[in-house]
Design a binder for this molecule. Structure first.
Ligand SMILES: [Zn+2]
Length: 392
């Protein structure tokens, strides 16, 4: 009788979790933090609605930035397994921050599965590690230092704050949350790397020990989940060793650390769709950790995830010689958007970066300058003038 009851509860629970994770888009809308959207995300954006809403949670000021902005950490959950995550170490990489806000909303929602996660894990989350870079919309901090190349020297207050938190919290897992540019393809195919992962190396030989393996297994779990939503759009970064990178340095200290990279989804320059896939990744990873199922995943499946390539332009123009006689027949024009902060908003300013055969490259948008309909659309986006002014 007892075991039947347990089985019944188990089936009910798994059904629930599968429902939760299998069709989460509808529910996700309930947790999505609507007060924070788009690419420009600062502490001020969080302070409008999200921070006050969660005022009663356990907040720590873990340090201050170069310009004296507070760096906040949120501790949530009572479980034995500790996970440390930090986002926006690069100030202009805000997508994972948005997903983190949504994930916190979910965790405190009182949902059965969310409560289960908090009973089994203690999470320490830093939504914006580089608040000055967030304000300026730069990768670097206010001293122009890339914090992800400062793990060894820790010359910057933000780097010291993260390391101090790492030392005091003593995490079992670390999530290093970043965003990547639109140029990355998941392998050498016309699929954008919407989400990328890396289990960083811990030595120049890039050896795979238990720590690195756990990070790989967790990535395999997230990849399995993501393939249901964005098949072929998950990539893997190469694992060249650099002990000045935070991920490598924490991995060296025997804490499985995962690099997350939020990337491009078609027509989603505001990264609101990718935000959802990062939310799903966080939910999956923490669920697997909470259930003690990390090691159930085959680590070698990690190597089957395609390695990222740089094959995308934002815009690719075919037959550009029709517009500009300096361009030869058969050559293409590759355009990338420069993300520019204008009046508290990110504008995407087109810039020609390459003219040539560009074989094996793709465009998130492709225009054919021999077609009038395409020329009209190019004109609307100011691309014709750009092509006409080449070399001028
Ligand atoms: Zn980054």
């Amino acid at each position: 009788m007892h075991s039947k009851g347990v089985t019944f509860v188990k089936i009910l629970w798994f059904t629930f979790v599968n429902l939760k994770l299998g069709h989460p888009m509808e529910q996700y809308q309930n947790f999505k933090e609507k007060s924070v959207q788009g690419r420009y995300v600062t502490m001020e954006s969080l302070a409008k609605e999200w921070l006050p809403k969660h005022d009663s949670l356990h907040w720590d000021t873990i340090g201050a930035s170069v310009d004296g902005e507070k760096i906040l950490g949120l501790k949530i959950g009572n479980g034995p397994t500790k996970v440390l995550m930090w986002s926006q170490m690069h100030g202009n990489e805000s997508t994972t921050t948005k997903a983190l806000l949504d994930f916190v909303n979910y965790l405190v929602s009182g949902e059965t599965h969310a409560r289960h996660l908090l009973q089994n894990c203690t999470l320490m989350m830093v939504p914006i590690l580089n608040p000055d870079g967030a304000i300026a919309y730069t990768r670097v901090n206010a001293n122009q230092v890339d914090l992800n190349r400062d793990a060894k020297d820790r010359s910057q207050p933000e780097s010291r704050a993260l390391r101090k938190l790492f030392d005091s919290f003593k995490p079992h897992y670390c999530f290093n949350l970043h965003g990547q540019r639109t140029l990355f393809s998941a392998g050498s195919v016309a699929k954008p790397a919407t989400v990328s992962f890396l289990s960083p190396a811990r030595d120049p030989e890039r050896s795979v020990n238990v720590t690195r393996k756990l990070a790989m297994q967790l990535i395999v779990a997230m990849n399995q989940r993501l393939q249901q939503y964005i098949p072929g759009q998950v990539g893997r970064y190469d694992d060249g060793f650099n002990d000045n990178c935070v991920g490598d340095s924490f991995q060296m200290l025997d804490v499985p650390t995962i690099l997350f990279e939020a990337g491009h989804y078609p027509n989603d320059y505001e990264r609101e769709q990718t935000r959802y896939y990062i939310f799903l990744s966080l939910l999956e990873a923490v669920s697997v950790i909470a259930d003690n199922k990390v090691e159930d995943h085959p680590f070698d499946a990690y190597l089957e995830i395609p390695e990222n390539d740089k094959l995308f332009f934002d815009v690719l123009i075919l037959n550009a010689h029709k517009l500009q006689d300096k361009i030869e027949n058969g050559e293409k024009v590759g355009i990338r958007f420069v993300e520019t902060l204008i009046n508290q908003k990110i504008e995407f300013i087109p810039e020609i970066v390459e003219v040539g055969k560009l074989s094996g490259h793709f465009g998130h948008t492709t225009f054919d300058a021999s077609k009038n309909t395409d020329l009209e659309r190019m004109e609307e986006q100011g691309l014709n003038t750009l092509v006409l002014n080449i070399n001028n």
